[in-house]
Design a protein around this ligand. Structure first.
Ligand SMILES: *Cc1c(COP(=O)(O)O)cnc(C)c1O
Length: 371
């Protein structure tokens, strides 16, 4: 048995490397034929809304995007003055506050337009008309589009709203060349044509997110909305972007066990030989997917070690084999992969999910350290 001396750490920590976000933004800005909106929803994909926004704006993005109005207001509270769009709001959203903060609202229906205009109470509203370009998710159904552009033009003439943009979203952009992408592009072109006939002159039409930004310039129009790519995820799998996250935790306890010992809840693992087990104080409440139990690996003392047994809410056990480490030794759960450590993409694979779900799921009690 060998005791290995290694780096020590005191608490679970998520290191966020802003230089990776900067490099990814530059890469996306080079790929885009028009402008870039940095999408910082879900706390900047778990990387910190204000830090991601500020880094992206310093590296080629000129717009910011978020899902909810609350997220858009958080952008303004971080004293960022770039144009901001919030695209998913209920009819009773506080459009008055949006207008006062110069936050653009996406509008998916006449009902939303009327409600937003009324709530804004005379403050001129900046809106982006949102067309469903083939997802049956958010945006106006094509059969409602003519009513929407007509109502929006009426609001412009009444001075209550200004149509700044037209937007859609692609269901299949992770598969470049899928026919739904060309259909989505055609749908937006047709929607823009109807908007023009109604007298609207929006300054930006936007459709592409990260994958289409990297793979299909024909979908870029005037502006692309990129989120995942900023933090190193390319849903198309065509590009190597850089992950900005590194998750570490200290070994809390080390124990030697004989063969035949059941580990953790339900004894999901029974040791088949004498071995050493190390305990880490991170679990599914911290974002380690339970579905990755017994499959995931972490680095302890320079080597990959298997997570063994069921992942608990607050802890996991890893199998060190014949090695012994001191309590306090740093375990690396994931990182950019430079030193052979698992990546976010590995964890997603082990859990049967996508990297987005891993990066947005790291729990609030994990300490954040910005670099
Ligand atoms: C999340 C989101 C984006 C960003 O998509 P990525 O693939 O993460 O770049 C763009 N537009 C809308 C409407 C979104 O919800």
């Amino acid at each position: 048995m060998t005791t290995i001396l290694t780096r020590h750490t005191t608490e679970p920590t998520l290191e966020i490397d802003l230089s990776s976000i900067a490099a990814n933004t530059q890469r996306l800005a080079r790929a885009a034929t028009g402008s870039v909106m940095a999408v910082v929803k879900a706390d900047g994909f778990g990387h910190g809304l204000a830090d991601v926004a500020r880094t992206a704006l310093a590296n080629g993005a000129t717009w910011l995007g978020a899902t909810s109005l609350a997220e858009a207001i958080a952008i303004r509270e971080a004293e960022l003055s770039a144009p901001v769009l919030s695209w998913l709001n209920p009819v009773d959203a506080d459009a008055w506050t949006a207008a006062r903060h110069r936050i653009d609202l996406a509008v998916p229906s006449v009902r939303h337009l009327d409600a937003f205009v009324e709530a804004a109470a005379g403050h001129p509203l900046r809106v982006h008309l949102h067309l469903d370009t083939g997802m049956a998710r958010d945006g106006a159904a094509p059969c409602e589009w003519l009513d929407l552009v007509t109502a929006a033009r009426r609001a412009e003439l009444a001075g209550t709203a200004q149509v700044v943009g037209l937007m859609g979203h692609l269901a299949w952009s992770n598969e470049p060349g899928h026919p739904a992408n060309a259909a989505g592009r055609q749908a937006l072109l047709h929607g823009a044509e109807l908007a023009a006939r109604a007298g609207l002159r929006p300054s930006v039409r936007h459709l592409a997110a990260t994958a289409a930004t990297l793979t299909d310039p024909s979908t870029h129009f005037d502006l692309v909305r990129v989120g995942a790519g900023l933090v190193g995820i390319d849903p198309s799998g065509r590009t190597r972007l850089r992950s900005a996250l590194r998750l570490t935790a200290p070994v809390v306890q080390v124990r030697s066990v004989p063969a035949g010992v059941g580990v953790g809840y339900g004894h999901r693992h029974v040791t088949d030989r004498a071995t050493t087990l190390a305990l880490l104080p991170v679990g599914y409440a911290d974002g380690l997917p339970r579905a990755a139990s017994s499959r995931a690996e972490v680095v302890v003392a320079g080597r990959r070690r298997r997570v063994t047994g069921m992942t608990s809410m607050d802890q996991v056990v890893v199998d060190l084999g014949d090695d012994l480490v001191e309590p306090g030794t740093e375990a690396i759960l994931f990182g950019p992969g430079d030193d052979g450590e698992p990546t976010v993409a590995d964890w997603a694979r082990w859990a049967g999910t996508i990297p987005h779900e891993i990066v947005t799921g790291i729990g609030a009690r994990v300490r954040r350290s910005i670099r």
